[in-house]
Design a protein around this ligand. Structure first.
Ligand SMILES: *Cc1c(COP(=O)(O)O)cnc(C)c1O
Length: 390
């Protein structure tokens, strides 16, 4: 059993992918070839926004979005500590400071209530109200970087209200939620800019690194296009700002053009696999908290993650999976505010208790569109056997 089975998908698409790659080898436009613009049009339409700007990775998508908003030293960007490191890394790379906001235990995404507290605490420099970074006194609140963890869209109604009230731009880290929905609207359009990743293991994955920014704002789209090409102006050797070499590879665009054709069906298959896990694992009762998707949302099921009752219970669950040769992963074992690379922000253990608690208890099961029922039954048997012994 594979944690993510990319080979099963490739068996379906191999011929189309090879034909698409061959077309690139024939025309030879490896940088910004026609496949890049074709993919941008296709995915802008899929998401339902006016502009899509392909780039080199999900991390670059986030970095470009913050650069386009002019985020830099002295700026505060509110974000969740329960995410992949890149979310906070890009804020810090620009010299800005991540102000962490604890998660809602039900959805594991940034809590809008806690966000409001964090903004007010920062405005009044009151660290008793909310844990603040060491640099808090000199920070200007600029943006909130939401994360759609495991494929479920964050609370954009709540976050949007707070953001509007305090003049914050909403940037969406949709690296895990491409294809997800909130009230029938697809992911990547809930903020001013939506940023996604096509890392091979994401819901829509390339065969290498790739990413994309989405926005309805035309000026912002033009800035993102400039930033991904060394801050170019009206021609290639005119540079009007500092940018990146952040372009989307033509070959990766060619792969993604093949994969997007079956992506809606794959989302259905992921949903069916998730439904099957929910059913198979229901008898575990209180031993594991199963993922709960709010009624107005559809998950892209980037991960299917359970919460064990305690850290010890998680160790026992992982041992049971190992004994049955079932692969698993932990997303994420250490919340971002506890990472050594961010030590100079001065956050302390215990600052974000919900994220820290979930990091001790969370684990992810195999999840992909081609997961077999028999394999899921085997996973459930390993975990239920454990629950029965307790
Ligand atoms: C994967 C991921 C990223 C980074 O995307 P890359 O394409 O690997 O650079 C950023 N944020 C989150 C939440 C992710 O899961």
């Amino acid at each position: 059993m594979q944690f993510i089975d990319l080979a099963a998908q490739q068996r379906r698409l191999r011929q189309t992918i090879e034909a698409n790659l061959r077309a690139v080898l024939d025309h030879g436009q490896y940088i910004m070839g026609p496949e890049v613009a074709a993919l941008e049009r296709r995915l802008a339409e899929f998401v339902g926004v006016r502009h899509a700007i392909g780039c080199a990775s999900g991390t670059d998508a986030l970095l470009m979005a913050l650069m386009a908003l002019g985020i830099g030293p002295g700026d505060a960007v509110f974000t969740t500590p329960f995410t992949f490191f890149a979310t906070a890394e890009v804020i810090r790379l620009l010299g800005a400071v991540p102000v962490f906001v604890d998660i809602d235990p039900a959805t594991q995404n940034l809590s809008a209530g806690a966000l409001e507290e964090a903004v007010l605490a920062l405005e009044t420099a009151d660290a008793r109200r909310h844990p603040l970074p060491r640099q808090a006194l000199s920070l200007e609140p600029r943006a909130v970087l939401t994360v759609d963890l495991f494929g479920v869209l964050a609370d954009y109604d709540g976050v949007g209200r707070v953001a509007k009230q305090h003049g914050l731009a909403v940037v969406q880290d949709a690296a895990q939620s491409f294809g997800a929905e909130l009230r029938g609207e697809r992911s990547c359009r809930q903020g001013l800019v939506g940023c996604t990743s096509f890392f091979p293991a994401k819901p829509l994955g390339a065969y290498g690194d790739a990413g994309m920014c989405f926005t309805d704002d035309e000026a912002l789209a033009a800035d993102l296009d400039s930033i991904r090409q060394h801050g170019k102006g009206s021609h290639r050797y005119e540079h009007i700002r500092l940018g990146l070499n952040g372009r989307l590879d033509t070959l990766q665009a060619a792969v993604l053009l093949a994969k997007i054709e079956i992506f809606p069906e794959e989302l259905e298959l992921r949903q069916a696999a998730a439904d099957r896990y929910q059913e198979l694992l229901a008898p575990a009762g209180d031993a594991f908290v199963l993922p709960a998707v709010p009624a107005d949302r559809r998950s892209a099921w980037a991960q299917y993650s359970l919460l064990a009752a305690s850290e010890e219970a998680r160790s026992a669950a992982l041992a049971a999976l190992t004994a049955a040769t079932i692969p698993y992963a932990i997303h994420y074992p250490l919340p971002v505010h506890r990472q050594a690379a961010l030590a100079n922000l001065g956050y302390r253990p215990g600052d974000f208790p919900v994220a820290e608690d979930h990091a001790r208890r969370i684990f992810s099961l195999p999840m992909h569109p081609y997961l077999r029922k028999e394999d899921q039954e085997q996973v459930a048997a390993a975990l239920l056997g454990l629950a029965a012994r307790e």
